[in-house]
Design a protein around this ligand. Sequence first.
Ligand SMILES: [Zn+2]
Length: 249
Amino acid sequence: MVKRDIKYYFAYFFIAVAIILITASFSIWFVGRIKDKSETLSPTFSNNISCSTFVIDPGHGGEDGGAIADDGTTEKELNLLLAKDLSLLLELNGDKAVMTRETDTLLYDKYGDLDNYKGKKKIYDLKNRVRITNEQQSPVYIGIHMNKFPDARYSGLQVYYSKNNETSKLLAENVQKNTHAYIQNTNKRAIKRADSSIYILDSLDCPAILIECGFMSNSNELVLLKSTEYRRDLATVIFISAINTAGAD
Ligand SMILES: [Zn+2]
């Protein structure tokens, strides 16, 4: 009787030790995962600029439709839809994403402190997009646009980058490279350094890129740009590129 009890105690002891070991191993693994995740959530760019906020800027809006396709589709509406997809992905990943506009409007009167808009709406609109970006803590600016060209043969995404911050080029390269790798295998376009004609990229000092996501003048690409699935693919490529840039060495 006594012998049998001792045997049971030994069994209980070994089971208890096993449970403790399994629990401890699981805890270490789980904490490790949380730690990995938290590192992803607070990305640091290669030049040690930490990115707190992605500013997603859908170009144009309101009375400024941007490029207009032959079927009447406006650039401003496609920009907004894609920008919303991109912001959602960033937020789902735990990153802070701020959209410069979430409705069909220009932003020249955003702060109500400028007047005499006549003939100045466009420049005030651009100035306010820069201002919204600079109000954020450690911003990374991503402008979303669509292209148009008289020759309908041209197609493909192309990224412009600001010369004012070295991370801009890295981010642009990642978006261009991943677009080629995942959704446009025949796209031979290279990234372009923006000159002063792109006011926002010329004005910002933070990492900043402007993505011409595709040509509305190319009928095949227009069909793609108008499809929800393709825009989500584009948003995913931009999102992954932004996050990968954050983790690059
Ligand atoms: Zn545009």
